[in-house]
Write a protein that binds this ligand. Structure first.
Ligand code: TYD
Ligand code: MG
Length: 469
């Protein structure tokens, strides 16, 4: 008799363990290992007898005719931007995000827009009943479209239903955690189930040419629970992010086999659903207090689009032995680096100060070009002097205190000009800067120059005060 084998799989990272343990060695998470039956699905492991001997496939060359990936435009430009110009037919896309962030809302709106453009869309909801989805559709003004709806979680049933219909252009599965297939024994939401169910749906997409969108919830650790293991199988991964207290949401491309991965789409959640924000800078600069010290406007780039955002710093004397460093929206290691460079090369002492850094509106910056905007905000807060309100900052700081040029200087300056900013502080030697912009902007070569421009003697005076104590 064949021995029944079971596996223990970490639900967080997908690592397979030989026996149960309280903690996963691979990702360090506790209580994530679950016993699963490896039969069915993928990853059954070696030692299983292949059912057939295999069929030879024709090998081919790299050169040859290629067709442009046929795309379906959703009619929502922000969504089309992050997918790289529309959803590719026959591809599978994963849309991840925290519960309640607005994934179902976004996809219902996309489904309605596609349907209005004459595409056939099927929306399969595994989380909500038909009545709930209808209610949302009414609220979003999508109830009068031809989007077809089903509330189902079994993959075989979904595939059988799809087989009856004329081939749809897009199938939305909300969410992947609720799907389950007869082929795997484990409970819905486990790694084996999610993998097997996704695999079936991806196979369906490839074989029929219909695009499939899988929705996945993210756990509080920031990873999609279970569906993290789906990321490598799908053609594209989009994350829908947003801060609790803010109304706007950012759709970010994490993986895209058919386009760039550095684009973002910006939306605002309102009573009538998600509204596109085509000029994010206006949103992020919305509530600016121009005379307060410690605020610098950073001219950033998100993919091909310039984004202006305010960086706020608060530097205050600390009552703690080890001063606090708190960062929201930026890399805290990068902040430590800027503080170290300010201390080492500019004579600014922050060892006795708490430093708080916040990127306005809950936006997240990943570019090193924000370095000098951060430095400017820190110095401005320490000196108690407000920065000029019509000036933007961009440039990367190296450990030696030198300021390095960054890409797309011209585009950053153009966006700043468009929004009424009159000057810019940027690295010396920036490329493609138009003559007109050059005259109104200041090019700096090293961080001490920036400090001197902002604070003059003020910071130094403060330092002397401290030394006197
Ligand atoms: P939902 O799309 O259900 O989130 P997800 O599918 O990611 O879990 O969005 C739910 C939230 O969005 C809910 O808190 C209410 C809010 N919302 C609005 O503010 N306006 C709207 O028109 C809709 C439909 C939802
Ligand atoms: Mg939902």
């Amino acid at each position: 008799m064949a021995k029944v084998r079971t596996q223990f799989i970490c639900q967080n990272c997908g690592t397979v363990h030989a026996r149960w343990a309280g903690k996963c060695d691979s990702c360090g998470e506790w209580n994530t290992i679950v016993e699963e039956d490896p039969s069915g699905g993928i990853g059954g492991g070696p030692g299983r007898q292949p059912k057939n001997k295999g069929r030879a496939v024709a090998l081919t060359t790299l050169s040859g005719d290629i067709e442009d990936a046929p795309r379906i435009l959703t009619g929502i430009p922000e969504l089309d931007r992050v997918t790289g110009g529309g959803i590719v037919r026959g591809s599978a896309l994963l849309v991840g995000g925290d519960p309640g962030i607005g994934k179902s809302t976004l996809l219902m709106q996309a489904a309605a827009a596609l349907s209005r453009n004459g595409h056939k869309v099927i929306y399969v909801s595994g989380e909500e009943a038909v009545a709930q989805v209808r209610l949302r559709a009414q609220r979003l003004g999508a109830a009068d479209t031809d989007v077809m709806l089903a509330a189902e979680t079994n993959v075989e049933d979904i595939l059988a239903t799809l087989a009856l219909e004329q081939r749809p252009d897009l199938v939305i599965l909300d969410s992947v955690q609720t799907l389950w297939t007869d082929a795997a024994e484990s409970a819905p939401g486990t790694v084996t189930q999610v993998r097997a169910a996704s695999q079936s749906m991806i196979r369906y997409a490839k074989s029929t040419g219909a695009a499939v969108i899988l929705v996945g919830h993210v756990t509080k650790e920031g990873q999609i629970a279970g569906p993290r293991v789906v990321e490598h199988m799908v053609d594209g991964v989009l994350y829908f992010e947003g801060e609790g207290g803010h109304h706007y949401r950012i759709l970010r491309t994490v993986k895209n086999r058919f386009g760039p991965t550095d684009e973002i789409g910006v939306f605002e959640m309102g009573s009538g659903g998600l509204r596109e924000v085509s000029n994010p800078s206006e949103l992020f600069l919305g509530e600016r207090n121009e005379s307060a010290p410690g605020a610098a406007v950073f001219a950033g780039m998100e993919g091909t689009r310039p984004v202006l955002v305010e960086i706020q710093a608060l530097v205050a004397p600390s009552s703690l032995g080890t001063p606090r460093r708190a960062v929201v929206g930026w890399d805290s290691a990068r902040l430590s680096m800027i503080i170290a460079v300010l201390e080492a090369h500019c004579g600014i002492r922050l060892g006795q100060h708490d430093v708080y850094l916040n990127v306005a509106g809950g936006y997240r910056i990943s570019e090193p070009a924000a370095d000098i905007a951060v430095a400017a905000a820190l110095v401005s807060s320490l000196a108690g002097l407000a920065l000029p309100s019509d000036c933007v900052y961009f440039g990367e700081v190296s450990l030696s205190g030198a300021i390095r040029p960054v890409a797309h200087a011209a585009q950053r300056l153009k966006e700043a000009e468009k929004l009424g900013f009159k000057s810019a502080v940027m690295p010396k030697g920036s490329q493609d800067v138009p003559e007109a912009s050059k005259q109104s902007s200041v090019e700096i070569a090293a961080l001490p120059d920036l400090v001197a421009r902002i604070a003059g003697g003020t910071v130094l005076t403060r330092e002397r005060d401290e030394d006197d104590i």
